[in-house]
Ligand binder design. Structure first.
Ligand code: UD1
Length: 345
């Protein structure tokens, strides 16, 4: 039997990482997860195994720990590409603990690139965010839209990481990278074996919606209905996490097949459809039949009014597109919430 290509997935026990490991394994790759479990649990590996029949390789290592990270590359010498998810990701926390964010997110990237260059591993996929566009001048936003000054230290780390990757490639090192700029990832694997595990009070909309529907929160607060949008609430491009996971497999294949036209290429990963907060609430109620009390409150500081993707570059170059409906996606989020709360239908 042909040996499966081995992919290193940092942060592979996390929300997007775990779904990506499933997608990689289902596409015939073998995965090594590196995760410090700071925001996930080892149980996720069992969830992945229940879906795919394969338990991924795992090293509990912090990517900021250079010798430990080197040990992972030593232990699995066949790695052909890396997908780097490992990072701190709470926008609010980053405002209060900026140094934690700059340290974790920048040091882990630098260590990864250094290790890869030393070992001659060229293919690198980086988790970036539509946050780099700020409030775009034109919608839908394309990849050549200017990067706007970041609103949070978290957003700034994504911009700086993109620059570190570009500078490293420009210096002539043999690095072939893809920056995947995610819009708003939501939902869970349809099996409800893996999903998002928010710690404490969720800051993101869909986990707050499902926790409210589950009775854990009294009501959802809609942050503002006085924006210059049709119904006054903010607009986002909500992308199913399984669709998003598949984009990583497409990106890895694209690099391994040498299809990239530049050492660094950025791709928007979204649906191309913008939905308002109020529309999403209505869709959730419709799709699940669950009750969802909400009230309108003031705007949240730092929120962008509206952003959605032009995903055509990823559609044509990567041969990837979002296929899940928003209704199925919201149902998957609700199924996952019920599963982790032990709620029966
Ligand atoms: C934010 C970050 C993004 C980050 C993502 C994941 C910005 C501009 N974007 O996205 O970089 O990757 O979080 O952590 O900082 N909302 C409510 N009530 C709630 C929660 C949210 O009305 O209880 C609204 C928000 O105002 C927003 C929408 O729902 O309009 C989506 O919010 P959220 O899920 O937090 O994602 P973003 O803010 O878009």
């Amino acid at each position: 039997m042909m040996k499966k290509p081995l992919i290193l997935v940092t942060g592979g026990a996390g929300y997007i990482g775990s779904h990506t490991v499933v997608a990689l394994q289902q596409a015939g790759f073998e995965a090594v997860i590196v995760d410090n479990l700071s925001n996930s649990t080892v149980e996720v590996l069992s969830g992945i195994a229940r879906i795919t029949g394969i338990r991924p390789h795992f090293a509990q290592v912090d990517c900021c720990d250079r010798p430990a990270l080197a040990g992972v590359f030593d232990a699995w010498p066949g790695i052909v590409a890396a997908i780097h998810f490992a990072a701190s990701k709470s926008v609010g926390e980053s405002v209060h603990q900026p140094l934690k964010y700059y340290h974790n997110n920048l040091q882990s990237l630098i260590n990864m690139l250094d290790e890869m260059l030393h070992r001659g591993i060229a293919h690198f996929v980086f988790s970036s965010s539509c946050t780099v566009y700020g409030q775009p001048d034109r919608l839908p936003v394309t990849e050549d839209a200017p990067v706007k000054p970041a609103i949070s230290p978290y957003g700034n780390t994504k911009q700086i990481c993109e620059e570190i990757i570009r500078d490293t490639a420009a210096a002539g090192f043999a690095l072939q990278s893809i920056l995947l700029r995610y819009f708003n990832p939501i939902g869970a694997h349809p099996s409800a074996e893996i999903g998002e595990l928010p710690v404490g009070v969720p800051q993101n909309l869909v986990p707050f919606i499902t926790q409210t529907a589950a009775g854990i929160r009294k009501e959802l607060s809609v942050f503002g209905n006085d924006y210059a949008t049709p119904d006054g609430s903010c607009i986002r491009d909500y992308i199913n996490v399984v669709d998003l996971a598949r984009a990583h497999v497409s990106a890895v294949n694209y690099l391994l097949e040498g299809k990239n036209t530049a050492p660094v290429e950025a791709f928007n990963i979204g649906t191309g459809r913008g939905l308002s907060v109020l529309e999403l609430i209505a869709l959730f109620r419709q799709a699940t039949g669950a009750a969802l009390p909400f009230k309108i409150v003031g705007r949240r500081a730092g929120d962008i009014e509206q952003v959605w993707a032009d995903p055509r570059k990823a559609n044509s170059a990567l041969g990837w597109q979002a296929t899940e409906t928003i209704e199925d996606t919201l149902r998957s989020a609700w199924k996952w919430e019920k599963r982790i709360r032990g709620i029966n239908d």
